[in-house]
Design a protein around this ligand. Structure first.
Ligand code: FES
Length: 146
């Protein structure tokens, strides 16, 4: 069996929603301490409905991080910001048809960058939230994986 699924290769070769949103409602940037890869997420949220109208990402990341985040943006576009917060890296990996075990951590960048952008949106709009929804990895700590 090939190391990467056709879906992973498709999203790696043709990533969706790459770019920047000017004056985004929420922006999140996260990095993986181990590999040094960085992911930046932009959300454009309808203030009335809280629906994510547009989403874009920029990355200095590996192919698996690009594929994970590309498919994750498709999964949250059109959803509410609260629904986007619930997206897990396991759901992202499942949608990709799987990732090799040594690449699972790359999908965490997708989940965490979305969470960071949602948190930024909540902060900017003084929306209360449960801090437990935004666990911060300690310096040097392993990023949680599925
Ligand atoms: Fe760093 Fe994939 S190797 S996110």
């Amino acid at each position: 069996m090939a190391l990467y699924t056709d879906t992973v290769m498709d999203h790696f070769m043709h990533p969706r929603n790459v770019g920047e949103i000017e004056n985004a409602s929420g922006v999140g940037e996260v990095g993986n301490a181990k590999c040094g890869d960085i992911m930046k997420m932009y959300l454009d949220v309808d203030p009335e409905t809280k629906v994510i109208k547009d989403v874009k990402f920029e990355t200095f990341g590996c192919g698996s991080a690009i594929a994970s985040t590309s498919i994750a943006t498709e999964m949250i576009k059109g959803k509410t910001i609260d629904e986007a917060l619930k997206l897990t890296n396991k759901e992202v990996v499942d949608a990709l048809g799987g990732l090799p075990a040594f690449k699972l951590h790359c999908s965490v960048l997708a989940e965490e960058s979305i969470k960071a952008a949602v948190k930024d949106y909540y902060d900017k709009n003084n929306i209360p939230y449960d801090p437990k929804d935004f666990p911060e990895a300690e310096e040097g700590e392993e990023v949680p994986m599925v």
